[in-house]
Structure formats: C-alpha cells, structure tokens
Design a protein around this ligand. Structure first.
Ligand SMILES: *Cc1c(COP(=O)(O)O)cnc(C)c1O
Length: 398
C-alpha cells in the first residue's frame, strides 16, 4: 500500500498511479535494470551530493534568485515571485539535470554520453556538462532540426560534441530518439543515455525530477525569507516534457496548501490542429517507453506537435504530470502562441527581463486566472529569451 505521503512519488514498479513504467525493447532491459538498481544509491550518497551541490553553486550559479516582481504584482493586484532559472549558466533549468546525470554516469564508470535533442537546448546543456567533465559526447538530432537550429549545432560542436543527423522518418526529434536508443543497445558497456526531461522509461522520470527538485528546495526557504508564510499559495510552471514544472512542484506535492499549475502550449489554439496541448487533447498511450497521455491520430500514430516555442513542442507529457492531472492535484492550463508573445512583451517592459518563449507560457497564467491580493504566486522563469530574439523580431517587427 502506498503511503499517503508518497501519493505523487513513483512506486517500486516505476508507476505514478496508472502512468509511467518501462515499456522498452528486450534488448534495452539490461541497461535500464542496471541504472534502476544504482541511481538512488548514487544520488543519496555523500560523495554525489557534495560534488553536485558544489557544481550547482560554483558552476551553475545557484541558488537562483526568487525575485519579487513589483510592477507586475501591482498590475495584477497580487504578489508575484519569479524563480530565476533564466540566470543559470547556459540560460535555463536544463543544466541542473545534465550536470547531475553526468555525475551519475561518472559514478557508474561510463565515459561516453549520448543524448537526443529537438531544438538543441538539451543537446547544448549535455555538451556543456560533458566538456566540464571531459567525457565523450554524441548528440542525435533530426536532419531537419539540424538545419533549423544552426546556432545550437555550432554551440554543441564548439563544446566538443559530435552531432549525428537522424535521417529516417520525419527527420525530427522522435527519429533522433530512435537513433539514440539504437546506439545505447549497441554500446551498453561504456555509454550513458542522458534524457533531458521527466520522460522516458523508469527510472528516468524520477531521476530527472530529483535532479530538478533543487528548484522547489530553494523556493521553500526563499519564500519563507520573503513572506510571513513558509509556503507559496501557487507554484506555476510551463510544461513541455515537464522537468522544470516537476522541479518547481517537487517539495510541495504533498502539501495541499500549495496550488500547483502547469501550463502547456496550445500553439494556434487547442482545436486548431497546430498545437502541443497534450493534456487537453491527449489519450493514453506509450511514448518514449512510458505510459502517459500523448497526442495521437485515430489510428494510433503520434501526431506532430506544434508550438511557437521549440522547447514545448513535444507530443507527450511526463507520467508524473499525467498523474497530477488525473488526481486533480495540479491544474493544467494552456496558453497559445499569441498569449506567450503578449506575456513576454509585458514582462520585458514591466520588469526588464526578456523571458524564453517557453517560460512566457507560464507567465500567461496571469491573464487566465485571478489571484487574490494576499496570494503569493511563484512563477518559474525556466529560461532567458536570447535564443528567441529572432522570433520576437519577426512577431514584434523590430
Ligand atoms: C526545454 C525547455 C522547457 C521545456 O522542458 P521541460 O522539461 O518541460 O521543463 C521549458 N523552458 C525552457 C527555457 C526550456 O529550454
């Protein structure tokens, strides 16, 4: 029987309620078993914690500030705090996870890292951590994505990674994933597969959530320092796969006083056919080795997602978030491209912070929900907007 306290944590079988698990080809079983058997012992060891915390502090630049956004708060007549993951080294939350998994790989004696990437953000965060540790790095990327994301491809190469084009199928993320899995099957001895969000077969969703949990660990003490209460009334984050949201929620999941809101990207609109609103549209299925909600056609083909923000355009959602939705522990809202653009401009002009397009979806909550005057609302700013300037220029006509 699951204790009440761990209602939202993964169980021994790798399930979050009816979601999660490890639906993988038999040839991958040994790799996954091996990781599953060691990851908790490594993460909980003193040696890992010491090195991880030290790198988070001096390399990533943590703790990231919890910033009281005064002018934004005045406008919405509530108290808005921004969790500044945009100030991390490399400009987003992804590095918390890649630095952590690189250390796990090192503890397992692996010296070759593989990853897949869509827009290139996870590829860059992975190549960064590999350069830091002097490990070999191979990043699989769809041929079309390589053309679309030239600056990130250049960053990865400069960081010493080998970028391999996936040339099959739609030549995008899911084809890159297939190539990475094939590589892992062929190289079980020396290779560690580094996944970028709370997705994939167990234990990845739990492992990545634990590595991103530093976000809520910091929010908990930071909010206490800044307000008269030791918890926020709301925590809000955007969801692609769900890692910055999982990290922002982690230490509050069992505290029902804290309302959790995840915002997914509805692109041109939930019913437009050009969307990534997985919870709004999705049904149960298996994607990337995990049972969860995903967007699929009537005959069970995964639908190509769309969002203005490359980091949110994923056709599934992590099993933890499917469970948080199923149990009504979290509310899942959605924001369109236009909502995100409006919120990006608003934050920039009221606070002097240019947010990533992904994070702008979380900010759009302010236009969708009325908060009370005394509420403290923490919104995770998952990344900075430098990478999105081209999109902003196009849409705002600069
Ligand atoms: C990748 C990315 C996301 C989406 O990923 P999650 O796993 O859902 O957090 C959100 N924001 C930024 C800035 C990103 O780079």
């Amino acid at each position: 029987m699951m204790s009440d306290k761990n209602k939202y944590k993964v169980d021994e079988k790798g399930m979050y309620g009816r979601f999660g698990g490890a639906f993988i080809p038999e040839m991958l079983q040994p790799n996954i078993e091996n990781l599953k058997n060691v990851y908790l012992d490594i993460i909980n060891s003193d040696a890992f914690q010491k090195e991880y915390k030290s790198l988070l502090k001096d390399y990533v630049g943590r703790p990231s500030p919890l910033y009281f956004a005064k002018r934004l708060s005045e406008k919405y007549d509530t108290n808005i705090y921004l969790k500044r993951e945009d100030l991390n080294h490399t400009g987003a939350h992804k590095v918390n996870n890649t630095v952590g998994q690189i250390l796990i790989a090192k503890h397992m004696g692996k010296d070759r890292i593989i990853a897949e990437t869509g827009a290139g953000q996870h590829g860059v965060a992975t190549a960064t951590a590999c350069a830091l540790m002097g490990l070999r790095c191979v990043v699989y990327m769809g041929e079309i994505d390589i053309k679309r994301q030239a600056p990130n491809v250049a960053r990865m190469k400069m960081l010493g990674a080998e970028v391999v084009a996936a040339t099959s199928g739609s030549k995008t993320l899911k084809d890159a994933t297939n190539e990475a899995l094939r590589d892992w099957i062929c190289n079980p001895e020396d290779t560690f597969y580094l996944i970028g969000s709370v997705v994939g077969p167990h234990p990845y969703p739990d492992m990545v959530a634990r590595l991103q949990a530093i976000i809520s660990e910091e929010i908990a003490w930071q909010i206490k320092e800044k307000t008269s209460k030791d918890y926020p009334d709301y925590v809000v984050a955007c969801v692609g796969g769900g890692s910055n949201a999982a990290g922002s929620f982690y230490h509050f999941m069992d505290d029902e006083r804290v309302n959790l809101i995840a915002v997914e990207a509805s692109g041109m609109g939930v019913d437009s056919g050009e969307t990534a609103a997985t919870i709004a549209l999705g049904d149960l299925g298996v994607i990337h080795g995990s049972k969860t909600f995903l967007m699929q056609s009537d005959d069970g083909q995964i639908t190509e997602p769309y969002s203005i923000s490359a980091g949110l355009d994923y056709p599934g959602i992590g099993p933890l978030h499917a469970h948080l939705h199923d149990t009504k522990r979290a509310s899942i809202l959605s924001a369109t491209d236009q909502d995100a653009l409006d919120s990006a401009m608003e934050l920039t002009q009221l606070e002097g912070i240019i947010p990533a397009l992904e994070s702008s979806h979380a900010l759009a909550v302010l236009k969708k929900k009325k908060f009370k005057k005394n509420d403290s609302v923490v919104i995770t700013l998952s990344g900075r907007g430098d990478k999105d300037m081209e999109t902003y220029m196009k849409h705002f006509g600069f």
